[in-house]
Write a protein that binds this ligand. Structure first.
Ligand SMILES: [Zn+2]
Length: 448
């Protein structure tokens, strides 16, 4: 078993070598809590939940950290708009985010640090950046000097000049280079603030993740994840801050999921073209949504639309039909899960992993492998993808024996030449979706 990941840092697919196995530390950028949770947020949540479940299934002891950004310009703007304290805005939407994650079957993180609870760590990191000549105060704020860090641009694969030409750069009083970014922002009237050596203010967004990840995972740690839209500037800046501030590598592996588009455009709050998670779950159910996202490789872009979702629904119905009729009580063995595991080990290839589970269903239905063992393997594989099969558990125990009982009665009726009764039993079973095929070995049945 060798797990391989495509590392955004360097771009190569390479073997995963944890820093201190069996422990694996994962940090994923969580939400900025100022608005409702939409399907664009569901994708990274599900992708990194599947990553965590897979590594756990492979025997690793995963420490999963996902922060909550509760100090940010967007939250302050919303609090002004609503006329309530920014802490009220953050609390309200953090709770809504948790509700959405629960509805999607995303496991809660081991640690969910909030920026507001880690200001001290951020101030310490900023102070060491100033000491090392990587940051400078200006007009009550503190800026990071991108020219001071040789590796700036290594994650996005672009040099400083190219970035300066491509990216929108904001001028600010006291700032030296266009790409220099705020580590600390001087307090403005009506905004939340904390005391600091540079005067009252609040942290910038990027320093929050640098401070919170290392606080719980140490430096370096194994895996940093997030959406592809965070590569620049957020993750580029996290690397610059942490590596310059601490003098060590930051995260070994960077994993980024592709965008979710709707009608060909990126789903986002600013475009207001989003679908809320609660509406999507209400319409399709969490299992269908998870199978929809697992139907594409995490790095690819996806289009959220009825075609793909209906396809995912049909896939779920096929699994359900099998889970309901195949006998329970079997054991999943490594051999049956070999193809599934190999696909997941190969940079989380969930489409290939799903194909392996479909092959198990087909072989179980045809009796090529013991249906009870096939069922157990399918349940285990779907569990790694976070698909909840518990609702189908009871059905498998009851439906199978009941159908067998009716088939025995039908055979008895046929032997007694009571063909009317035999046909009536068959018709009733057909009505509820159980198809019967008579063969030399007696009747076989399956769910249509
Ligand atoms: Zn972050």
């Amino acid at each position: 078993m060798t797990i391989r990941f495509t590392n955004t840092l360097g771009g190569a697919k390479a073997d995963f070598v944890p820093i201190a196995p069996p422990k694996v530390g994962i940090y994923v950028c969580g939400p900025t809590v100022y608005d409702e949770t939409h399907v664009g947020h569901a994708r990274p949540a599900i992708v990194f939940d599947v990553l965590r479940r897979h590594l756990t299934w492979r025997g690793y002891d995963v420490l999963f950290v996902r922060n909550i950004t509760d100090v940010d310009d967007k939250i302050i703007n919303k609090s002004n708009e609503l006329g309530v304290d920014s802490a009220v805005v953050a609390e309200r939407f953090a709770r809504r985010y948790d509700d959405a994650m629960r509805a999607l079957g995303v496991l809660p993180p081991d640690v969910a640090p909030r920026a507001s609870g880690h200001i001290t760590e951020m101030i310490d990191l900023i102070a060491s950046l100033i000491d090392g000549g990587h940051a400078y105060p200006g007009e009550g704020s503190v800026y990071y000097s991108v020219e001071s860090f040789e590796g700036y641009g290594k994650l996005s694969g672009r040099g400083l000049d190219e970035l300066a030409n491509r990216e929108r750069v904001e001028a600010a009083p006291g700032k030296r280079h266009g790409l220099d970014f705020a580590l600390w922002k001087a307090a403005k009237p009506g905004e939340p603030w904390w005391p600091s050596p540079w005067g009252p203010g609040r942290p910038g967004w990027h320093i929050e993740c640098s401070a919170m990840s290392v606080r719980y995972l140490g430096q370096p740690f194994d895996i940093h994840g997030g959406g592809a839209d965070l590569i620049f500037p957020h993750h580029e800046n996290e690397i610059a801050q942490s590596e310059a501030g601490v003098g060590k590598a930051f995260a070994d592996i960077w994993l980024h999921n592709g965008h979710v588009n709707i009608g060909g455009e990126k789903m986002s709050k600013s475009l207001r073209n989003f679908v809320l998670v609660e509406d999507a779950v209400g319409e399709y159910g969490a299992n269908v949504l998870r199978l929809f996202f697992c139907g594409a490789h995490y790095r690819s872009q996806m289009d959220y639309g009825a075609d793909g979702l209906n396809e995912a629904r049909a896939i779920w119905e096929r699994f359900r039909a099998f889970l309901r009729v195949a006998p329970a009580g079997g054991e999943a063995n490594d051999e049956l899960l070999h193809d599934f595991g190999a696909a997941m080990d190969d940079d989380l290839n969930t489409p290939a992993a799903l194909a392996a589970l479909h092959a198990l269903v087909a072989a179980g239905n045809r009796g090529e492998i013991d249906p009870a063992q096939a069922r157990a393997a399918v349940v285990a594989g779907l569990g790694v993808l976070g698909v909840d099969t518990s609702t189908e558990e009871g059905a498998a125990d009851i439906v199978g024996p009941l159908v067998e009982l009716l088939l025995e009665q039908r055979e008895d009726a046929r032997k007694a030449k009571d063909f009317a009764r035999a046909d009536a039993i068959r018709d009733k079973l057909t009505d509820v979706g159980v198809q019967i095929e008579d063969s030399a070995d007696g009747p076989r049945w399956y769910r249509a």
